[in-house]
Design a protein around this ligand. Structure first.
Ligand SMILES: CC(C)(COP(=O)(O)OP(=O)(O)OC[C@H]1O[C@@H](n2cnc3c(N)ncnc32)[C@H](O)[C@@H]1OP(=O)(O)O)[C@@H](O)C(=O)NCCC(=O)NCCS
Length: 206
């Protein structure tokens, strides 16, 4: 079971550990601000005590620290942006960190929109975000921008109900979030029904 430990509660050893990760070669080049000094790091951690728009956490599982999750620009009940990095000694925990991030954002912060960005070259982060239903919104010379809309779950449940009753699929606005489920379920859907699917689905169902 994943536990989140707030940065404002870290001991001195944990603070220095995070400083080492933040400047690690596997992490720093992928951050907006690349290297930071220990003084800046400690000042930043201290500033979190007074800042209700930012929350940073260590993600722990079975006594192992899996990585860091952060939420910035928090507007409770409305939106936030998130960031993530994995303990550089580990591999393959991106999905577990994303699950913990979505749970906290939705259940504790109560947000309905979650924003994210990644360097255009950071293919691992971009495909991880998209696997979790984040939609690409924009791109500039350096960064790609994404948004997750929390309403998708309700639409998904409705559609799966239609599949299970073999009823014609209804159009929905949330194409990307549903694509995988539709692909899996499409084996049971008659071709007549497939024609009712909006065009972004058709290529994924083929
Ligand atoms: C983004 C991150 C959490 C993703 O974690 P993850 O999906 O579990 O993937 P890992 O980094 O553990 O990589 C595991 C393997 O997945 C494979 N992989 C997964 N998705 C891939 C993709 N889209 N393209 C290429 N390889 C991919 C690779 O083979 C990789 O092995 P390698 O590093 O030896 O090449 C993690 O890479 C990370 O912390 N990166 C640094 C910080 C960062 O980029 N944060 C996001 C932007 S702020």
């Amino acid at each position: 079971m994943m536990m989140l430990k707030n940065f404002v509660d870290l001991d001195e050893i944990e603070k220095v550990l995070v400083f080492g990760w933040r400047n690690h070669l596997k992490i720093a080049p992928l951050m907006r601000t690349q290297t930071i000094t220990l003084k800046e790091h400690l000042q930043f951690m201290e500033s979190l005590k007074q800042d209700s728009t930012k929350q940073y956490f260590l993600a722990l599982q079975d006594d192992e620290i899996l990585g860091v999750l952060c939420f910035i620009d928090i507007q409770h009940g409305i939106s936030c942006e998130f960031g993530i990095y994995q303990n550089p000694d580990l591999k393959g925990y991106g999905a577990a960190l994303m699950e913990a991030m979505l749970k906290y954002a939705q259940e504790t912060l109560g947000v309905v929109k979650i924003y994210a960005c990644a360097l255009n070259t950071n293919q691992k982060a971009i495909s991880l975000y998209q696997r979790f239903g984040f939609q690409f919104t924009n791109k500039d010379a350096q960064m790609s921008y994404f948004v997750f809309s929390a309403g998708g779950g309700a639409i998904k449940a409705t559609l799966l109900h239609f599949f299970s009753t073999q009823t014609t699929i209804l159009a929905t606005q949330d194409y990307s979030l549903l694509a995988y489920k539709i692909h899996k379920a499409s084996k049971n859907v008659e071709s007549q029904s497939l024609r009712a699917i909006p065009s972004p689905f058709l290529s994924l169902c083929a």
